[in-house]
Design a binder for this molecule. Structure first.
Ligand code: AMP
Length: 527
């Protein structure tokens, strides 16, 4: 009996056989059909799998790092890794060298595939930490480098007749995505092939995506929203239109010129477009589906969107990386399904295959209308954090004989069964859509400032969304510029404080911790 293949590349293989000429991905004047995309991915896969050292480790597929910015080459790189039956690991280009080295040390890669932008980060130090095989899947050719690592140019690889994507079993890890970690070290969330396949097939059907759709990609590979954008689009046999990072503010024009039918983005992008008055009435008339997700969706954004995209259904999707992209959904209707007392949309009900509950500290389910921590169970739960068994055990407890994920979100379920997100229990924040643990910034701030007592806050905030970070150090003076410069070597730009302020006496809460609320109030008062 032929076992099911959970490889994420299977959908591309399928569409390349039944409709090879259909466009699969379009970006900056270049495009690839399903046939071309499949051939390139299979070519990369052949290069990986024909190597003598290509093997499973501890029962799991080899890991392949993807060092690429969003674009066609990134899609080819990622699909090449999938096609070969590997676990793909996106490496964000926004990170400083130090953080890339930490990540490389954490995940024991068998190969790296880099695009032109990614190849620029292959410094001597990074190359020294790289696996033996680095494949360059870019448009320019690299100047040869000395050293132990062999850089293979994809352009030199022989074309192949695509074979089936390598078999992936349900428990094989499909991808590992790193998110901010409170200890100062990012944590790798491991998603199984079974969870990933479930999500992709489920959401493409739930949203009723069609082969004629043209769907927007606005995310980097290191944000799991990209899993939704790429794979749900390809599941439907539709075309993915990648918004270049340099033209984000022209997203409306891009959508109109491309005749997009599906919009996928964090609400922050829509909020920014609204702020620059780009959301003119009917400016997005071709859209039929809008997916907002990843952070609070303000009512003001939805109202503006309804005018700009009058023909589009709007969905508010909720989910942590640890539960495979999105696990709850709210369909937007009028009057808007708002969270009581807040101008943000409800997060709705669990998507097929998912379960949600609100629990107290001991894991007991709370009565409807009472707030507690939101926990998730079902087919999409991550296997845990790479190499962090204790953290995995504490975040994925067993309650009533079932495995759950503690989201850290404060939530309530109302009498109709609809869930509402009320903020965080911990110090995780979203800054312009990026997930940030304030403690991670603090851990580095302590090192570079030499101060023991430090505290960072997400500020300023408008419409419930933060657009920056401000840090405080418990000292009489601080050389802010020097501290920020030192942080630049350790943190990605979206985690950098715009200001570092010295405070001789830091406000402390009753438990003796730095009182971040008081710090935010100081900033509000000064503003
Ligand atoms: P990430 O792992 O980056 O997707 O971040 C997950 C966190 O983002 C969740 O735990 C929530 O705090 C927040 N989040 C995601 N989607 C939503 C949403 N639709 N509404 C409110 N908060 C959200």
């Amino acid at each position: 009996m032929m076992l099911k293949n959970y490889n994420l590349a299977c959908a591309i293989n399928h569409h390349s056989m039944i409709n090879p000429g259909a466009p699969a991905v379009v970006c900056q004047g270049r495009s690839l059909t399903y046939g071309e995309l499949a051939e390139r991915a299979a070519r990369l896969a052949a290069c990986l799998t024909h190597r003598l050292d290509w093997q499973r480790l501890d029962g799991q597929p080899p890991c392949v790092g993807i060092l690429a910015s969003r674009g066609i080459d990134a899609c080819v790189a990622l699909l090449g890794a999938c096609w070969a039956g590997a676990t793909y690991v996106p490496i964000s280009l926004k990170q400083p060298e130090e953080r890339i080295l930490t990540l490389l040390a954490q995940c024991g890669l068998s190969a790296i595939i880099a695009d032109d932008e990614g190849a620029k980060l292959l410094s001597e130090r990074v190359l020294a930490a790289c696996p033996q095989v680095v494949i360059h899947a870019g448009q320019t050719s690299l100047t040869p480098r000395d050293g132990a690592v062999e850089i293979i140019e994809m352009a030199t690889l022989p074309t192949v007749i695509p074979e089936e994507p390598a078999p992936m079993a349900a428990p094989d890890t499909a991808y590992i995505i790193f998110t901010s970690g409170t200890t100062g070290i990012p944590k790798g969330v491991m998603i199984s092939a079974c969870s990933a396949r479930h999500y992709v097939a489920m959401i493409a059907e739930w949203l009723e995506l069609r082969a004629s759709d043209r769907a927007l990609e606005t995310c980097e590979l290191s944000f799991d929203f990209s899993v939704h954008n790429m794979f749900a689009t390809w599941e439907a046999g539709a075309a993915l239109y990648i918004l270049p990072a340099t033209t984000v503010m022209n997203a409306v024009k891009f959508a109109r010129n491309s005749g997009l039918t599906v919009w996928n983005s964090v609400p922050s992008l829509a909020g920014m477009l609204r702020q620059i008055k780009a959301l003119a009435p009917e400016s997005l008339a071709t859209l039929r589906v809008t997916v907002f997700g990843g952070e609070q969706l303000p009512a003001s954004t939805v109202t503006a969107w309804q005018h700009a995209a009058p023909n589009s259904s709007i969905f508010n999707l909720y989910g942590p990386t640890e539960a495979t992209v999105f696990c709850l959904a709210q369909t937007v209707a009028n009057p808007l399904p708002l969270t009581p007392g807040r101008d943000v949309l409800a997060i709705g009900t669990p998507l097929p295959g998912n379960e949600a509950r609100v629990v107290d500290e001991s894991g007991q389910t709370m009565a409807d209308g009472t707030s507690g921590e939101l926990v998730i169970a079902g087919k999409q739960l991550a296997d845990g954090y790479l190499g962090a068994h204790e953290l995995t055990a504490s975040r994925f407890p067993t309650l009533d004989g079932k495995r759950w994920y503690r989201t850290g979100d404060l939530a309530l379920r109302d009498a109709t069964g609809c869930f509402h997100c009320l903020g965080r229990i911990d110090n995780q924040v979203k800054v312009l859509g990026y997930r940030v643990e304030l403690e991670e910034i603090d851990a580095h701030l302590r090192v570079v400032s030499g101060a023991d007592v430090v505290g960072s806050v997400a500020w300023p905030q408008a419409d419930g969304m933060a657009s920056g970070i401000v840090s405080f150090v418990g000292a009489s003076t601080v050389d802010a510029e020097q501290v920020i410069d030192a942080l630049k070597k350790r943190l990605p730009p979206y985690m950098l404080p715009s200001r570092v302020i010295a405070l001789e006496t830091m406000p402390l809460s009753s438990s003796g911790k730095v009182d971040r609320r008081a710090l935010r109030q100081l900033l509000d008062a000064a503003a």
